[in-house]
Ligand binder design. Structure first.
Ligand code: A2P
Length: 276
């Protein structure tokens, strides 16, 4: 069993630096995958209303027999639920499906700028944190302009900004903004949705350390200071992706991986993404 260490957030809470990502994992598959993750040491699960698997994640939490307070649970409000009252209702929907009263981290999934409701949603998240139902609050896929706006209008700085981040898209600029504001960065699709697994540069670093390409990418992202959310439904990979605390990439490895930066996204650009 490998436990990920924790790192502090700007609200004083500690989050495990590796979370189990369950995007695109169907509700029936997510139960076994999450149980496997909990069994090998993950103590942080990252879901969202949109993933349509909160019920299955909740079932796994229940069946694991672990203490609720020993597992960090993140979920997110979907675009069509933005707005103050709508976000409060969405929170009830998510916690109902998860079968828990409080979430560790509640995020606005996308800014969806054309809807222009993310400030209202942020105010709802502030209310949920005041009530103690969302223990920490943050955002996802926010750029500097979106962050500035919610902070200017409420005075409350998110604890987290979860963004697409992998060697093709190291997000140097957003990471710098997050750091300046005291916001922790979380990396979704840290393996480039699996598309970077066969990259020859990653392969060379992996061979040098006798580790897998996935382990190298998780390690690289951790060493940049991110909280990392690898996704897998394959038991051996789930186990492998958290087993990254007994080796370190050196400056030459980090520099080699930095050459892969080409700005290529596997998901949408948050400035243009307004879909339901
Ligand atoms: P699977 O779920 O079938 O095991 P990301 O975390 O960047 O979104 O990447 C997820 C993709 O990478 C999934 O297709 C997943 O496949 C694959 N994947 C996850 N871990 C590994 C691994 N250790 N080795 C190879 N592929 C992996």
């Amino acid at each position: 069993m490998v436990f990920a260490p924790t790192t502090p957030l700007n609200d004083g809470r500690e989050i495990p630096v590796i979370g189990f990502g369950v995007w695109q994992v169907p509700d029936d598959v997510v139960v076994d995958a999450t149980l496997k993750a909990l069994e090998v040491g993950y103590r942080h699960i990252d879901t969202a209303y949109l993933y349509l698997n909160e019920r299955g994640v909740g079932e796994a939490l229940q069946r694991s027999g672990l203490d609720r307070d020993d597992i960090w649970v993140t979920t997110k409000v979907w675009n069509t639920d933005q707005g103050y009252d709508e976000t409060l209702r969405a929170f009830d929907k998510s916690t109902g499906l998860l079968g828990i009263d409080e979430v560790d981290l509640y995020l606005i999934h996308w800014p969806t700028p054309d809807r222009d409701l993310y400030v209202d949603s942020w105010k709802a998240l502030i209310h949920l944190r005041e009530e103690g139902r969302a223990r920490s609050i943050g955002v996802s896929n926010f750029h500097e302009s979106h962050l500035n706006r919610i902070i200017d209008e409420t005075g409350v700085i998110p604890a987290m900004n979860q963004i697409e981040l992998h060697p093709w898209l190291p997000q140097t600029q957003v990471r710098a903004v997050n750091e300046r504001l005291g916001i922790r960065t979380e990396a979704w699709s840290p393996l480039g949705s699996g598309r970077l697994i066969d990259d020859p540069v990653i392969g060379e670093v992996a061979a040098k350390h006798g580790r897998s390409a996935a382990q190298v990418m998780v390690r690289w992202s951790l060493q940049l200071g991110n909280v990392v959310l690898p996704k897998s439904v394959t038991p051996a990979r789930i186990e492998q992706n958290i087993d990254v605390f007994d080796f370190e990439l050196d400056d030459a490895d980090m520099a080699a991986i930095a050459t892969l930066d080409c700005g290529k996204r596997t998901g949408p650009n948050p400035d243009e993404f307004n879909e339901a």
